[in-house]
Design a protein around this ligand. Structure first.
Ligand code: PXL
Length: 290
């Protein structure tokens, strides 16, 4: 299922049945476009029940992030434990993690709760380092913990090209360097690495490349030219998480998510004086709200 699907869908739970549950471990965006808000809008539109472990509360609007308050690492881990031991989650994702102690607490809890590579629950690690305006969302000294503790637990990591540069030192400019980056990221321990090509300059395509240590899978995809793509990476990773929660393979989950976020980008809207968000509500146009 790696072809383009114009109206991608996940299976819906029967009326009255408990939907597939997923968990996002991420920061809050007061502007409602990225972070937990993007994840929850995506999960809701995919028919999933979303649980949340909040890592930080950001102060931001469409023009940028002006500050954030980190959540105590023990409280982040306690949120994960509380929901997984009662509600249960079929897949989880991480987004903004803010600091080394928060990453360490999440990694310890994930191992304990069977989340990640060798556990039963797939884990999508979106290595969020900065906002689209360049505001830092991860402490500079936390890159080591991200690579050493979280990457080896990941079912798939989903960096954009700025994050690839920070994590591997590789400047992706063409298909050859994109392959090189996928290999270097995979060497950090995830089962699959996904190098997103959305920030590739001078291309009218947005080619993503997936690698599992032996096989490269290419996802060509059209570039949607819009300044309103705030939260696009979060939305892609959330849609991958939702599909993994439904038992999709990683290549099928990425194909599903890419088609889904492409529709969201085509339906993006302006907001405030800066950049508007990708629109996870795009399907409401087909059926209307409510
Ligand atoms: O899009 C990355 C991201 C993730 N999480 C939070 C954010 C952002 C970007 O601004 O604010 C909370």
């Amino acid at each position: 299922m790696t072809g383009f699907d114009a109206s991608p869908r996940l299976p819906l739970a029967a009326p009255g049945a408990t939907p597939v549950r997923v968990m996002t471990i991420a920061g809050s965006d007061s502007g409602g476009g990225a972070g937990i808000q993007a994840d929850m809008r995506t999960f809701a539109m995919l028919g999933l029940h979303a649980c949340v472990a909040v890592t930080a509360v950001t102060v931001q609007n469409s023009t940028g992030v002006t500050g954030f308050q980190e959540i105590d690492p023990g409280i982040v881990a306690a949120q994960m434990r509380s929901v997984t031991t009662d509600i249960g989650v079929a897949a989880a994702k991480t987004g903004m993690l803010a600091s080394d102690p928060i990453i360490t607490a999440i990694a310890d809890a994930a191992v304990d709760l069977g989340i990640g590579r060798d556990g039963a629950t797939p884990l999508v690690v979106d290595p969020v380092c900065a906002s689209m305006h360049g505001d830092p969302l991860l402490a500079a000294d936390a890159l080591g913990a991200l690579k050493d503790r979280l990457f080896p637990l990941a079912t798939v990591v989903t960096p954009n090209l700025d994050e690839v540069r920070l994590l591997t030192g590789i400047d992706v400019v063409d298909p050859a360097t994109q392959r090189q980056a996928a290999v270097a990221l995979h060497a950090l321990g995830p089962r699959w690495s996904l190098v997103k090509g959305g920030h590739l300059r001078g291309s009218d395509l947005s080619p993503d490349l997936l690698y599992d240590g032996s096989e490269f899978v290419e996802f060509p995809g059209a570039r949607i030219d819009t300044p309103h793509d705030h939260g696009a990476g979060d939305t892609l990773a959330a849609a991958i998480t939702g599909a993994l929660g439904h038992g999709y393979s990683v290549p099928d989950a990425v194909a599903f998510a890419k088609a889904w976020v492409t529709r969201g980008l085509a339906a993006a809207y302006p907001l405030g004086a800066g950049h508007g968000p990708v629109n996870p509500l795009w399907r409401l146009r087909e059926h209307g709200p409510g």
